[in-house]
Design a protein around this ligand. Structure first.
Ligand SMILES: [Zn+2]
Length: 497
């Protein structure tokens, strides 16, 4: 053996170790949990318990916000790396269980190298210091710039364009938001207020959810807003967030919520969350969104002439119904989206029939008349992606008719035949089935017609009630009358809601 100096030997050993690590660990790659419509969403190996997200907003909605996201999770399998979904922000530092960690980005994943191998079944705390950029294609979702600030529109696949996380509704978690903004602005988020702290010329607003929530339902509003309080059924605190200048003008609409909620409770049981309200954003979106406890509405819905009162009422009921269907009971995979929209559209149409003599049957027939054309223009035709393997099935209440609760009742294993549809059978309907998380690294980006359809329909085309639809996406926006077939009908797939 030739003589090798101690220094050279150390250098060779270091090189050998680096080579060994490089040979052992493949290069970072984006992963998913096997959603056939969004193969890259979600990540295997851990279950998020809570998010604590701090945003610092300097008053300009064209500039990236400084942010810190802390994720409390539990590993479900041994991990050497942790993948998070994240895009539209720069990451400056990551800690895993208190130790500084290396990281890399690939496509829309942030891949964190664990300082040491992490076994299955242990707590995992990840802190990411990053920015959150509100600039980007509105069609892709995420931050929504308004005339006076920001709001969020994250459905279906855009929460990770605001904050890092496990961006799939199969992994719901508790959320705490801490928003620091200039003192003249008002910040509101999902859940209930925890504290408001003034420091110099800024105020930090803290909100926390009392129920688990899907990332796509996160909502943060920052603007020159008024918060309007009232009381709903059983003393439920209601709060609406509206442009301050519009408070009086919008009151005739806002005051409808208690009666609408009482009507919904007569249909399906008690409201499932800690609060509710409308967030009226001063921007034009062409859609509404059922963000949990604080549904997003575009201001023109209430201020543009031409929308009959019954129509606006039914849209409000649609978003309210989603709090039960889509939020409290939430999809296990995005293929289950029809469960959200089917129920919300059903109660929307029922409400219009009972309160405004708008026959449900006529609206449904109009929708069916148009559905073939919609599917031909942008719907899924044939999907070939692996199915998730369900290991247990848990539901939240009885299918269709009775109240839905976050507390779940085991209802048995799904049959293989039904697994692909998410249908568990009468009385066992829901969609909270936990898959055995799979490492999915698709060979190609999710560009199937199915994925395109969901994006177009959830982002831009559920707006076809008075905006664009798949067949007219490249054309000028169109504003059909609300009484036009497909313009206002439940199940018509009209305006995105
Ligand atoms: Zn909807």
């Amino acid at each position: 053996m030739p003589f090798i100096s101690r220094r050279l030997r150390a250098a060779l050993l270091a090189t050998a170790s680096a080579t060994l690590v490089a040979a052992t660990l493949p290069s970072p790659e984006p992963l998913g949990i096997g959603d056939r419509l969004f193969p890259y969403l979600g990540n295997p190996g851990y279950d998020v318990l809570s998010y604590d997200i701090s945003f610092t907003y300097d008053g300009r909605n064209t500039e990236p916000l400084d942010a810190v996201t802390t994720i409390e999770a539990r590993t479900t399998e041994p991990l050497e790396r942790v993948n998070l979904d994240f895009a539209r922000g720069k990451v400056s530092a990551v800690e895993v269980n208190g130790l500084t960690s290396d990281f890399a980005t690939t496509r829309e994943d942030l891949v964190v190298q664990a300082p040491t191998a992490i076994p299955a079944g242990v707590p995992l705390r990840i802190t990411v210091r990053h920015t959150s950029d509100p600039n980007g294609s509105r069609a892709e979702g995420g931050w929504l710039r308004t005339s006076d600030g920001l709001a969020m529109a994250n459905q279906a696949d855009a929460a990770h364009r605001v904050f890092p996380g496990n961006d799939h509704p199969a992994d719901k978690a508790y959320f705490t938001f801490r928003i620091t903004a200039p003192e003249k602005l008002t910040a509101v988020a999902n859940g209930l207020p925890v504290s408001t702290q003034r420091r110099g010329a800024t105020t930090t607003w803290t909100y926390r959810t009392e129920h688990p929530m899907a990332t796509e339902l996160a909502q943060v509003s920052i603007g020159t807003s008024a918060i309007v309080h009232r009381t709903g059924p059983h003393g439920l605190p209601l709060r609406d967030v509206v442009p301050a200048a519009d408070r009086a003008r919008l009151e005739p609409w806002l005051k409808k919520t208690p009666d609408q909620m009482a009507w919904m409770e007569r249909q399906v049981g008690r409201y499932p969350f800690e609060t509710y309200g409308l967030l009226v954003a001063d921007t034009s979106t062409g859609f509404e969104l059922e963000t949990q406890t604080l549904s997003l509405f575009e201001r023109p819905l209430f201020t543009e002439p031409g929308y009959p009162e019954w129509y606006v009422d039914s849209v409000m009921v649609h978003e309210l119904a989603h709090q039960w269907f889509g939020n409290s009971v939430s999809p296990q995979s995005w293929s289950d989206l029809w469960l959200n929209e089917g129920h919300a559209s059903w109660y929307e149409a029922r409400y219009a029939e009972e309160h405004a003599d708008q026959p449900l049957e006529r609206r449904m027939r109009q929708a069916y008349t148009r559905s073939d054309a919609w599917r031909a223009a942008g719907g899924p035709r044939h999907i070939r992606t692996p199915r998730s393997r369900a290991t247990r099935s848990v539901c939240s209440g009885r299918w269709c008719t009775t109240a839905v609760r976050s507390s779940s009742t085991p209802c048995g294993r799904r049959s293989a035949r039904r697994r692909s549809t998410g249908w568990n059978g009468p009385g066992c309907g829901a969609t909270r089935t936990s898959p055995r998380r799979r490492r999915t690294s698709p060979a190609s980006p999710p560009t199937s017609r199915a994925a395109t359809w969901v994006r177009s329909s959830r982002r831009g085309c559920m707006a076809r009630r008075h905006r664009r639809c798949p067949g007219t996406r490249t054309g000028a926006a169109r504003s059909p009358r609300p009484d036009e077939p497909g313009a206002g009908g439940a199940g018509s797939g009209g305006r995105r809601r």
